[in-house]
Write a protein that binds this ligand. Structure first.
Ligand code: NDP
Length: 241
């Protein structure tokens, strides 16, 4: 029987590419999403991948959603914490709501999703947790104190949990994408993108969602069993750690 992979924010952008790549690699995939029903329905119609709606910012909703996925598809073997949002603002103008929304989704979302699957993975002596952080969690980004803090927190979470999961056959890793051509990035003013952002990327282009998806498929595989607590930096040479 094929392993079950659950991808948060899995019906659009990078998450959609991850869901599809995992399906093509032989996993039974569940794609979670927050509210864009139209995109989710289209994604299911095009790929046959089941979509499940709940917010990763809500612990109870995550526990209920995961229980539904496991009842329908089987125990989650691979969890990809990909869902994320931006609420950008220079710090002097940042509201408490902008701070809280981003921390609740991009950082607490990892706790909310990982906690309910952790015991089962420990019992079964196998698990793969893959967290999608960001270049801006590594280097910090003006206008994104909330996002940079959450994404840096994701890396600390990854390293701590890797130590706890190691003896139980659970690997926990992170991927830090640079600028990838999804709606999140295309929403940036075109002039800013072409004149300020792309010139900073040594390879001279945005990344493709599929390039991140292939990293996920590798980290999920048996071949990656000795890799845990690590970060794959995939940013076209823009920043080295
Ligand atoms: P998109 O905005 O294209 O898609 C975001 C996805 O996350 C959507 O499916 C959305 O659901 C889902 N989502 C948002 N909030 C929640 C929530 N509370 N609960 C469940 N699902 C939620 O983003 P990207 O594909 O660009 O980004 C994916 C991840 O990669 C994010 O974590 C982002 O921070 C990270 N990243 C992206 C980079 C980029 O250049 N694009 C660079 C570095 C990191 P719905 O469809 O319902 O709205």
């Amino acid at each position: 029987m094929s392993k079950v992979a659950l991808v948060t924010g899995g019906s659009r952008g990078i998450g959609a590419a991850i869901s599809l790549a995992l399906k093509n690699a032989g996993y039974t995939v569940a794609a979670n999403y927050a509210g864009n029903d139209e995109a989710a329905q289209k994604f299911t119609a095009e790929t046959g991948i089941k979509t499940y709606k709940w917010s990763v910012a809500d612990y109870d909703a995550c526990a209920e959603g995961i229980a539904r996925v496991e009842a329908e598809l089987g125990p989650v073997a691979v969890l990809v914490n990909n869902a994320g949002i931006t609420r950008d603002s220079m710090f002097h103008k940042m509201t408490r709501e902008q701070w809280k929304e981003v921390i609740d989704t991009n950082l607490s979302g990892l706790f909310n999703m990982t906690h309910p699957v952790w015991s089962g993975m420990r019992d079964r002596k196998f698990g793969r947790i893959i967290n999608i952080s960001s270049i801006n969690g590594q280097k910090g980004q003006a206008g994104q104190a909330n996002y940079s803090a959450a994404k840096a927190g994701d890396l600390g979470f990854t390293k701590a949990l890797a130590q706890e999961g190691a003896r139980a056959g659970i690997t926990v890793n992170a991927i830090c994408p640079g600028y990838i051509g999804t709606e999140m990035v295309r929403a940036i003013d075109e002039k800013v993108l072409n004149e300020r952002i792309i010139p900073q990327i040594p390879v001279g282009r945005l990344g493709e969602p599929e390039e991140i998806a292939r990293c996920v498929v590798f980290l999920a595989s048996d071949d990656a069993g000795f890799i845990t607590g690590s970060t794959i930096t995939a940013n076209g040479g823009q920043y080295f750690t």
